[in-house]
Design a protein around this ligand. Structure first.
Ligand code: ACO
Length: 402
């Protein structure tokens, strides 16, 4: 495929592939997807096994370094992350500069971009210790930045990290705790969030990961590349879908809970009306992540809230769509975002914050791809071609003749 591409380029032919539907932009050993069979593996390990047996920190190690860690490697990795959770005090000033009602995603991407200014000693993309330090800094500091984005949006004071806690527990405490007040981490909540982070940790060449690789291909540093990935994830067709699903479910509920009526609007292709959380570029079968999330949604929601009316609407919506030829013929199934919002809401997060949680989960995948890209001798600066459809050559018209 790569050789054919080169050959075609020499002949002057260009592959026209809007949305890169059939373009292999990289070779990668990180995640494997079989969209027809509904299979997802990280480094060869089935997502179902990792979801059941692993932890988010261990999965991060697996994605970035390629193998499951030994006990000593995991302890060292965990300790390094715990040591780097603090932010430079001046970086906190960022959070008072944004409007209070700012969406936390651009706040997060701006703060991650700013890491390039505060940690200038780890920016060289070709120096291995530099890349290693930036990797740890990101894994450790992005949860702190995300928690501060939340605190800012609700007008509450920022908390220092407590490095006796694990990554997820520390994040929960910095998000929902108060300074000088004890905060008991609910193990059910921590476990649920850890699971959701595992399920989001990588998904090969999706829009945000491709963005990270594209930006990195210009030899931009890791912080700059990840910040670009966060912005790509913000869009409602990508990570923003988890919040859009909840808005859609609320809308159906407020309209009397008539699922069939909403499905008709989708089928009539009313402007701006889609079945959010359905459909995927690669999966033409049930998204395996959605399957895991659906089976835990009942359990988690039951434990935390004693049921949820929106979950009933979501299930009814899924049932209606999956028995309707419109969706079946287009192979539209629930994707990872269909049930996650309901769980995030039950955990106490506001809708605006859902996509930030996706970013926290996807972070190790972005880092793994950036590192794979920078170490791949086949990497070239990303620079697609175009089919020019503008004017042919024409002469400049003086202002007086226009
Ligand atoms: N609701 C209704 N119809 C849909 C949906 C949907 N969610 N998704 C696709 N379709 C229809 C399209 O209208 C099109 O129909 P047509 O052939 O009559 O024109 C057909 O299915 C094919 O869809 P495309 O838009 O060509 O599919 P594409 O691969 O470009 O888009 C995408 C994939 C963006 C995920 C799309 O399915 C979508 O918009 N889904 C809703 C948003 C969403 O849930 N995004 C999260 C994706 S997963 C993630 O990023 C984590």
């Amino acid at each position: 495929g790569i050789e054919l591409g080169k050959l075609l380029a020499q002949t002057g032919y260009i592959t026209y592939d809007p949305g890169f539907v059939n373009t292999g932009s990289a070779s990668s050993a990180i995640a494997y997807i079989d969209g027809d069979a509904g299979i997802l593996r990280y480094r060869g390990y089935p997502i179902e096994q990792l979801a059941e047996k692993s932890t988010f920190v261990e999965v991060s190690y697996l994605l970035i370094y390629g193998e499951l860690p030994t006990q000593a490697q995991l302890a060292d990795f965990t300790e390094k992350i715990q040591r780097h959770t603090l932010l430079h005090e001046d970086l906190k000033a960022f959070f008072s500069g944004f409007p209070r009602d700012a969406h936390p995603m651009p706040v997060l991407s701006s703060a991650v971009s700013a890491l390039s200014t505060f940690y200038q000693d780890s920016l060289d993309p070709f120096d291995e210790p530099n890349v290693e330090l930036s990797t740890i800094r990101l894994l450790a500091k992005v949860p702190t930045l995300a928690a501060y984005a939340y605190k800012k949006s609700v007008g509450q004071p920022l908390l220092y990290p407590d490095n006796s806690l694990g990554l997820v527990e520390n994040f929960l405490r910095m998000t929902f705790g108060f300074p000088a007040e004890p905060y008991e981490v609910d193990p059910d909540i921590a476990k649920a969030l850890d699971l959701l982070f595992i399920l989001h940790a990588d998904h090969e060449q999706n829009c945000s990961t491709s963005t990270v690789r594209l930006v990195g291909s210009s030899e931009a540093n890791l912080f700059a590349s990840i910040s670009a990935g966060i912005n790509a994830l913000f869009g409602p067709l990508h990570g923003g879908a988890n919040a859009a699903v909840l808005d859609m479910l609320e809308g159906i509920k407020n309209d009397g809970g008539d699922v069939a009526k909403f499905v008709e609007r989708v089928k009539n292709k009313e402007k701006g009306v889609k079945l959010m959380g359905f459909g995927h570029r690669v999966y033409k079968n049930y998204d395996p992540r959605a399957k895991i999330i659906k089976s835990t949604a009942d359990e988690i929601l039951g434990k935390l809230k004693g049921g949820d009316q929106l979950l009933d609407i979501a299930k009814k919506l899924e049932e209606t769509a999956l028995s309707d030829d419109y969706f079946v013929s287009r192979k539209l199934y629930p994707n990872v975002d269909f049930y996650t919002g309901l769980i995030y809401r039950a955990l106490g997060f506001p809708t605006k914050f859902f996509t930030v949680l996706f970013a926290l989960g996807r972070l190790p995948g972005w880092i793994a791809h950036w590192r794979e890209m920078i170490n791949d001798p086949a990497t070239k600066i990303g620079r697609p071609r175009q089919i020019y459809t503008g004017h042919a050559s024409r002469d400049y018209t003086p202002m007086s003749e226009r």
